[in-house]
Design a binder for this molecule. Sequence first.
Ligand code: KIV
Ligand code: NA
Length: 264
Amino acid sequence: STRVRTRDLIAAKERGEKWAMLTSYDQYTAALFDEIGIPALLIGDSAANNVYGYETTLPISVEELLPLVAAVARSTTRTLVVADLPFGSYEASTEQALATAVRFMKAGAHAVKLEGGRRVAAQIAALTGAGVPVMGHVGFTPQSEHVFGGYRVQGRAEQGEEVRLDAHAVAEAGAFAVVLEMVMSDVAARVTKELDIPTIGIGAGAETDAQVLVWQDMAGMRRGKAPRFVKRYADVATVIEDAARKYAEEVRDGVFPAPEHGFH
Ligand code: KIV
Ligand code: NA
């Protein structure tokens, strides 16, 4: 079977078909999500929190994210593999953005994602022109949390116009899709109607063309208070915890390994 292409995602919008994106950072989740037909997988810089244990997405480096992109690319045959560009790896210039994007494409990505609207339009145009499909990301952008002053919904009242202008700038620069994060639902709905490229919402209501969630949030691998936009579809943390507890208990009790686990 063949890979999903960026044009397939645009065609899905034309047909009015909604789809779901997930993050993935490793072989097993990548293969599972690929198998069930998730059309695009994002190796998010959220690996900072969800793989590397950082507090925010700011510290993760290109060197830390690259091997995860390569792992997901190697472990899938159908999904479109989208690599997030880390904070500090694309903002300075079109040259910097292209140099970074090329590293991710050589590692196996089929597209890259970067944060920002009007301020990164030149980077999006340069990458697209050089053969790198770009997914935009506007609204609340976590790499800029210190400018936003925390995790705050975007697009309230007259601020909605700022989100619209950013989304339009991203589309006009050549992006094939755009993530709308923590955007007021009415603004996200309007942007979705106005743009020809798919909008992918996270905390942006039900009217976007697609949705995205971090897999550990979706599957309940991550514990603790989740943001309002997360829905937990399973309690994977408890499944693994119970398995590990049982294993440790059986070792202590001399139940594992049994004769059949050994070589006699
Ligand atoms: O890094 C990430 O996981 C993301 C998605 C939540 C859009 O950027
Ligand atoms: Na991200």
